[in-house]
Design a protein around this ligand. Structure first.
Ligand SMILES: Cc1ncc(COP(=O)(O)O)c(C=O)c1O
Length: 473
């Protein structure tokens, strides 16, 4: 027997499906609906909770409930390559030139995966900074030698424990962001010339690390919903002497998938069978839109050889540069590599984050941030579908704040990115997400920007330009 709140939720869904309420529309408030439908406030609240959980509406604090963009999007298609071969990383100079050119104040930042400050807890963090300075005094100005501030490592170990991954604070090494964590993790298990298996497409920062360490990348195709193709990885492990595998299993960048637990488990067993360490980059895990935080590969396979890397760059602030490694059996080497890399990470940011985490405000902030990012993603998706040519495919991320957009025609998005920069718009073109510059007709857009007329105009310009490039083919 269906409950009253379920009937009410179903009725509201029907109204959305019939177009009575469109994506972005504000729904009548809880009191108004309970009056109209002659049901209690509690029943209406339960109905809205169902709508929110099922992804039909978003809550905007102190504003109300808004219809989420229902993605009548054709989902993006998985790469077809099934027999990958290792290669040097090329084309990252072009990524760097674009990033440098785009890093100017007046540019509309849709390229870099850096949240606008309006998404970050700026005030609480600056408060925590002065409190940490007072609390820790001169210590805040001294070296905090590897493995890093104990207060912070304790908090990180506690949080990882709450996410189902029992690690000791002794095993954690603080780094300057997740990028340094990845660099150290790769240095710990490879040497120049070695082959590293990676997702394709992958985060271009990882490609830059691979290139700078003289490693070869073996791009493994991914399924846009479930992540790395384990069949392709198996084949690659049988054919090539792979020395490490790097995966962003939760809310990946750029596609936004979260690998199901069974795939994470299958991945770790496959790697264990071949004696290959997994480097798990979980920088977006806390920003999942799912009801529960997705599991870590490390929590599902605690005995496996996994180096876990993460940071607070996507949640608290990229400028704090606070990241970490849970190094497993590579602890001694990781600690040494951190030391020779830059002696120590800055002390005050470590103590600030420790202080902020101890205050218990992080979870409250995360709840709000996840909602804010989910709304930003649905608003951007909706606008892309409105402005870009018919047939454009958009990813449906399970968390984080980037979307991957595939154009319906063979347009080189690197050319598009250069033209767009001339118009004051930065996008991340598809080829920079591949060692071999694949994905020429794709781009990644960051949704965590301040939404205003400039964004609408920028997207409209991009859509018109793509149409134009398509027609002149
Ligand atoms: C998947 C992934 N890993 C690592 C990083 C680097 O993070 P950090 O800024 O903490 O160095 C990023 C930043 O964009 C990322 O997207």
């Amino acid at each position: 027997m269906s409950h009253l709140y379920q009937t009410l939720a179903t009725d509201i869904v029907k109204q959305i499906e019939n177009g009575h309420y469109r994506p972005g529309d504000k729904l009548p408030g809880i009191r108004a609906i309970s009056r109209q439908r002659n049901v209690s406030i509690a029943t209406t609240q339960s109905a809205f909770r169902v709508l929110e959980d099922d992804g039909w509406v978003d809550v905007r604090p102190r504003s109300g409930f808004y219809v989420r963009a229902r993605q009548t999007v054709s989902p993006i298609v998985a790469a077809a390559q099934s027999d990958p071969k290792p290669s040097n990383v090329t084309g990252q100079d072009m990524a760097l030139s674009l990033i440098k050119a785009a890093n100017k104040h007046h540019i509309l930042q849709l390229g870099a995966a850096v949240p606008d400050l309006s998404f970050l807890p700026v005030q609480p963090i600056s408060q925590a900074t002065s409190q940490a300075q007072k609390r820790f005094g001169d210590r805040a100005l001294s070296y905090e030698m590897p493995p890093g501030a104990l207060e912070l490592r304790r908090q990180i170990a506690r949080r990882m424990g709450e996410a189902g991954c029992a690690v000791s604070s002794e095993e954690i090494v603080i780094t300057s962001g997740c990028q340094e964590a990845l660099t150290i993790a790769l240095k710990a298990v490879t040497k120049a010339g070695d082959i590293v298996a990676i997702e394709s497409p992958t985060f271009y920062g990882l490609l830059q690390v691979i290139e700078s360490l003289g490693l070869e990348a073996l791009e493994i195709p991914v399924d846009p919903q479930t992540g790395m193709s384990l069949d392709a990885l198996k084949l690659a492990l049988e054919r090539w002497p792979i020395k490490a595998c790097v995966v962003v299993a939760n809310c990946s960048n750029p596609l936004g998938y979260t690998m199901p637990d069974e795939s994470k488990l299958a991945l770790t067993s496959l790697l264990t069978e071949h004696n290959v360490p997994l480097i798990e980059d979980d920088v977006y895990g806390d920003l999942s839109f799912d009801k529960h935080r997705p599991a870590l590969c490390r929590s599902l396979a605690p005995q496996a050889d996994i180096i876990y890397c993460s940071s607070f760059s996507k949640t608290l602030s990229p400028g704090l540069r606070v990241g970490w490694i849970a190094a497993g059996k590579h602890l001694a080497r990781v600690e040494y590599l951190k030391y020779v890399s830059n002696i120590a990470s800055a002390t005050l940011p470590q103590l600030t984050v420790a202080h902020f985490l101890e205050s218990g405000r992080y979870d409250r902030y995360l709840r709000q941030a996840r909602g804010q990012y989910a709304r930003a993603v649905s608003r951007m998706t909706d606008a892309v579908l409105r402005y870009f040519p018919e047939g454009t495919r958009v990813s449906q991320p399970r968390g984080g704040f980037v979307i991957w957009v595939e154009l319906p025609c063979a347009i080189n998005t690197f050319e598009l990115a250069q033209l767009a920069l001339g118009q004051g718009i930065s996008i991340a073109p598809g080829p920079i997400f591949s060692a071999k510059q694949k994905f020429k007709n794709a781009m990644r857009l960051s949704c965590a920007c301040k939404w205003d007329e400039k964004v609408e105009k920028g997207l409209a310009w991009l859509g018109a330009r793509i149409e134009h490039m398509q027609l002149s083919k």
